[in-house]
Design a protein around this ligand. Structure first.
Ligand code: BT5
Length: 320
């Protein structure tokens, strides 16, 4: 209902309560209530006794009406569950992904303004206050489970391209799932899935971008290693625009991946890489391997050259 009111308010400078009531088939009091709801979530609307209602400004909230307005994707973001505050968008997305048969389609998004229990990999916490983009995308790729690392890599490239387009800042990608600016983390990606032996049932890609977050808001223990786009650009970045750019590029690259055209995506990944050519230590859970990161192969695995020149392929791990 609020979506319909917004549509009419956008069309004309002023729209009277009577006209809105007529168009929507509701009472003028009901119109007034909907206007109050819009004001409560940040829309600035003035009311003139003779002329009616006038929309003055929109909030930079990631509500579906705003994200979907002008979004040029075919299926990513066509359905959005917007929950201003929740534990973790990935948790809700995983619950929803189980209900594919009931109409939870590929490209469905879960978006939040704040997460109370945002998740990183391996049970780590993801700090998610207001001002960031915290969203999860539900996918059902007809691909083998071995494609999961490639999905994370292509998501990283899509994030970098979107940030570049909206802010002129060029971030770097730290294998496998971190986006860095000035060596500090601005975005993390959490890819989760359910699969049979040779086919993926569903994938949930969670993306967290620090957009308009003041540095002192980060918990002390991670302050030294984190950064937000607002800090780097010196001004607020429009989250709706950034989210839209990301979703558009994401769909383009994901379509490529589904056609098994990963090479060009990999080339771009390498262009933005923070990892290749460096001496690194990779924590693989049961052991830590040291060596030079010499390549990312066609499967999305990191190729490490050890001191003794032996090449090791690593599918998942954390650079320490
Ligand atoms: C990640 O894990 O980087 C994946 C983060 C994914 C977050 C998104 S938000 C939407 C969706 N819903 C979720 O619940 N999660 C996803 P990992 O590589 O394990 O890094 C986690 C580490 O990053 C933490 O241990 C902290 O050191 C650091 N960290 C936590 N919050 C951060 C933040 N906001 N910005 C930068 N670094 C952060």
């Amino acid at each position: 209902m609020t979506g319909d009111i917004l549509k009419y308010l956008r069309e004309k400078e002023y729209v009277s309560g009577e006209v809105l009531a007529q168009k929507l088939g509701i009472s003028r009091v009901a119109v007034w209530k909907q206007i109050q709801r819009l004001k409560n979530i940040g829309y600035e609307i003035i009311a003139d006794q003779n002329l009616g209602y006038c929309l003055i400004s929109r909030p930079d909230l990631l509500i579906p009406q705003e994200v979907q307005r002008g979004l040029s994707t075919k299926y990513i973001g066509k359905e959005i569950y917007y929950i201003p505050e929740l534990k973790s968008t990935n948790i809700i997305a995983k619950e929803k992904a189980l209900h594919r048969a009931e109409g939870i389609n590929e490209g469905t998004l879960i978006i939040a303004e704040r997460q109370s229990a945002g998740k990183g990999r391996l049970g780590r916490e993801w700090f998610s206050p207001a001002g960031g983009i915290w969203l999860s995308i539900i996918l059902y790729p007809k691909l083998p489970p071995s494609y999961i690392p490639r999905i994370t890599l292509m998501t990283a490239v899509a994030v970098v391209k979107a940030i570049k387009m909206c802010t002129q800042i060029e971030p770097q990608i730290k294998w496998p799932n971190d986006i860095l600016i000035n060596e500090k983390k601005v975005c993390g990606i959490l890819t989760e899935m359910s699969a049979e032996l040779d086919i993926i049932n569903w994938v949930v890609v969670g993306i967290g971008i620090n957009v308009n977050i003041d540095h002192q808001k980060f918990p002390e223990d991670i302050q030294a290693n984190t950064i937000s786009l607002k800090e780097v650009s010196g001004k607020e970045v429009l989250r709706v625009k950034l989210a839209q750019s990301f979703l558009r590029v994401f769909e383009k690259y994901y379509d490529k991946l589904k056609r098994k055209e990963f090479s060009s995506i990999l080339e771009e990944w390498k262009l933005y890489s923070h990892t290749l050519g460096r001496k690194i230590r990779v924590d693989m859970g049961e052991r830590i391997i040291t060596g030079e990161a010499v390549d990312i192969n066609e499967e999305g695995a990191l190729v490490l050259k050890k001191e003794d020149d032996e090449l090791v392929k690593i599918i998942s791990g954390t650079i320490v």
